[in-house]
Design a protein around this ligand. Structure first.
Ligand SMILES: [Zn+2]
Length: 92
């Protein structure tokens, strides 16, 4: 009886470990196939439409339009900056 219980606990542990390994591997693959966009793209892109939403620069607190702001994608969130200086400060 105790032996059966120990076997059961061991099986659950193995399944948990295997599941977490599969999760890590799958995450690695999705990172490989969906790389983060290049954050070095400057504001000089002519294809951005005029106007847009107002967002707050998290470094200096200035409100800037999303159409003209410098964007940075970090951990799934998009941040908007008034200048490359603010963006670089945010990085460091
Ligand atoms: Zn700023």
């Amino acid at each position: 009886m105790l032996r059966a219980l120990a076997y059961l606990i061991a099986s659950v542990l193995v399944i948990t470990v295997v599941r977490s390994i599969i999760g890590i591997v799958l995450k690695g693959f999705s990172d490989l196939f969906h790389p983060a966009p290049d954050p070095q793209k400057g504001p000089s892109s002519p294809s951005v439409p005029a106007g847009g939403e107002l967002k707050k620069d998290p470094v200096c607190g200035t409100f800037i339009s999303t159409a003209t702001a410098i964007q940075k994608r970090s951990a799934g969130e998009v941040y908007y900056f008034c200048s490359t200086e603010c963006r670089d400060k945010f990085n460091g």
